[in-house]
Design a protein around this ligand. Structure first.
Ligand code: AMP
Length: 573
């Protein structure tokens, strides 16, 4: 079950990255490359083209960003960009730019996101000041290329990120036009979560003898016997600490290990969980052997019940009474998942594996299911009502145990005296209440909103979306409907105006409202299907920024079948 030993030893330094990059990665608390980084970085550093099948959560962004940054030479004040990264949405453009900034901090990398919907003047000024890396949506990139504001002369690497999504959004022609305009000497990198034939066609046409990387692994379900119950909850990042608390309270582990991606996350979560009354201990590669030994000691003698760790630090640990493994993030590869959950369910005991996934990471769960050949049931985060019910159940179980095992005679006199005045049932109720309160802990009274499993394209690339219906971000959230309003940016509409109008006029709260898209002349707002009629009626009665806009359900221009996810192969080359 253990991973290949030589693979274990490979750190970022062994991949041949520059010291400035290694320093930035250490500063971010990354302890080791993910499998995709391990496989992609060396060939990319050699200048090879690459075709990678990888979903969000695998660490693919760093896999292409680090080699681009490595190739950036010293003083290049006047040169145009060396790399162009094409992404499907504004949201991803910003996210990928931030990643480049973080990794390229010590190299002084100048990174600019450009996407539809942002004023073009601001982008022109940014491009004029000089940039090393441009992260753009295809429509807007082409726009700048046409104006001459984005020079492709110096572009040595072009990355197509989430290529399947870009094609789904109707960007095929734009992408081809851009690729045709870049010199033959470029390095081309294509990442896609799925490999439909349209993506394959682009790859065959524009990639030269690419290295192929498919996420997945040889690992079989060996470690994941039927004794491990596997489930996942889809929550947003901000809700994770609360969700973890809920899940732990319902599950009542005797000892649990929670896996995080980085040292920073381990330290933060340990602090949060201790603040919530758990006895949590951190374990990561930044700690001395002494510190680690002490942590393990506290875990063994049960003065700690929650171990929060990185993969690296927890490798090889064998904790006897461990009942639960929690993945605070979806692990970067199925191997890591299999490895992590192999820590419970040993020696015939039942174990539980729980994964907290962000909505965008749902694909990764599917890949893991395929590799482990086991179902991961996606559940609802326990509600306040669930918690209350669970606590009553625990109180009942404690009372039952006491009835069966304790000598209760000395309390008889209390019950008998009270019984002269009250019904015995009432006496019991009061006793249960006291017992319950003495066992119980605080309930955090905020409900954790449910999020859908499908990826939510928040504010898809709007300006580019105006080109035609077919280009609009189409992925929807399950159970949600989009409402069309005939007012947009040209009327000065901001998301908060729409949220204000909806919450002011209907029963919905801000949290019930999903993604909001604002285009020049219209807006689209996701609301729960069950409330759509009410919201539409309410909005028709009201004015927004002094206007009485058209309000209707969005015409279903472009729903796509959702069963198109191709599960990734289980080979790694
Ligand atoms: P991505 O798949 O590129 O969206 O990355 C998923 C997440 O993993 C991001 O939050 C990254 O910051 C994080 N990440 C990427 N590489 C590593 C690594 N080697 N160690 C820890 N975290 C990482």
């Amino acid at each position: 079950m253990s991973m290949n030993a030589s693979e274990d030893a490979v750190g970022f330094a062994d991949l041949g990255l520059r010291p400035e990059l290694l320093q930035a990665l250490a500063g971010l608390g990354y302890e080791e490359p993910t499998p995709i980084q391990h496989a992609a970085i060396p060939p990319l550093l050699q200048g090879r083209d690459l075709l990678g099948q990888a979903a969000t959560g695998t660490g693919k962004t760093a896999a292409f960003a680090l080699p681009v940054l490595q190739h950036m030479l010293g003083d290049r004040a006047d040169a145009g960009p060396v790399a162009l990264v094409l992404v499907p949405t504004r949201e991803l453009a910003v996210q990928v730019s931030q990643a480049f900034h973080r990794y390229g901090r010590d190299l002084g990398a100048r990174v600019l996101p450009i996407y539809g919907g942002q004023p073009i003047g601001q982008q022109l000024r940014g491009l004029e000041r000089g940039v090393d890396v441009v992260v753009a949506t295809p429509g807007r990139a082409l726009d700048h290329i046409g104006r001459g504001s984005l020079a492709l002369r110096g572009v040595a690497t072009i990355v197509l990120d989430e290529a399947d999504e870009m094609l789904d959004m109707g960007f095929a022609e734009d992408i081809e036009a851009i690729l045709e305009g870049i010199s033959g000497n470029r390095q081309t990198v294509l990442f896609s979560a799925t490999m439909p034939s349209r993506v394959d066609r682009i790859a065959r046409r524009y990639l030269r003898d690419p290295v192929r990387i498919e996420m997945g692994c040889q690992a079989t379900a060996a470690g994941t016997g039927p004794l491990v119950r596997q489930s996942a909850y889809v929550v947003t990042r901000g809700q994770k600490p609360a969700a973890l608390g809920r899940v732990l309270e319902v599950e009542v582990p005797s000892a649990a290990i929670v896996f995080c991606r980085t040292r920073e996350e381990v330290d933060q979560l340990t602090e949060t969980m201790n603040g919530r009354g758990y006895r949590a201990e951190a374990l990561h590669g930044g700690m001395s052997q002494d510190q680690r030994d002490r942590v393990m000691g506290r875990l063994r003698n049960a003065t700690a019940d929650l171990l929060i760790a990185t993969d690296l630090a927890a490798r090889g640990l064998d904790i006897e009474h461990l009942t639960h493994v929690v993945n605070y993030d979806v692990p970067a590869a199925p191997e890591a998942y299999v490895h992590r959950i192999g820590r419970v369910g040993r020696a015939g005991r039942e174990g539980v594996a729980i994964t907290l996934a962000e909505p965008r990471e749902h694909r990764m769960l599917k890949v893991i299911e395929r590799v482990t050949k086991q179902r991961i049931s996606v559940g609802r985060v326990p509600t306040i009502a669930d918690l209350r019910a669970r606590r009553l159940e625990l109180t009942r179980a404690a009372l039952q145990e006491s009835l069966l095992t304790d000598d209760l005679e000395r309390f008889r006199v209390v019950v008998e005296t009270l019984a002269e005045e009250f019904d015995v049932m009432e006496v019991a109720l009061a006793a249960v209440k006291l017992a319950h309160e003495s066992l119980g802990s605080e309930v955090d009274d905020e409900e954790i909103p449910e999020v859908a499993e499908v990826p939510v394209r928040k504010r898809a690339d709007l300006r580019d979306a105006e080109g035609g219906e077919g280009r609009r971000g189409r992925a929807r959230t399950a159970g949600m409907t989009r409402v069309f309003l005939g007012v947009g940016r040209s009327t000065g509409i901001r998301p908060q105006d729409l949220v204000g109008a909806i919450t002011g006029e209907s029963r919905l709260g801000g949290r019930d409202i999903g993604a909001i898209e604002i285009a020049d002349r219209f807006s689209l707002v996701e609301v729960p299907e069950s409330a759509a009629g009410e919201v539409i009626a309410a909005l028709r009665r009201t004015t927004i920024k002094g206007k009485k806009p058209t309000v209707r359900r969005e015409r279903d221009s472009a729903s796509r079948p959702d069963g198109k996810t191709t599960v990734l192969s289980t080979k790694r080359k």
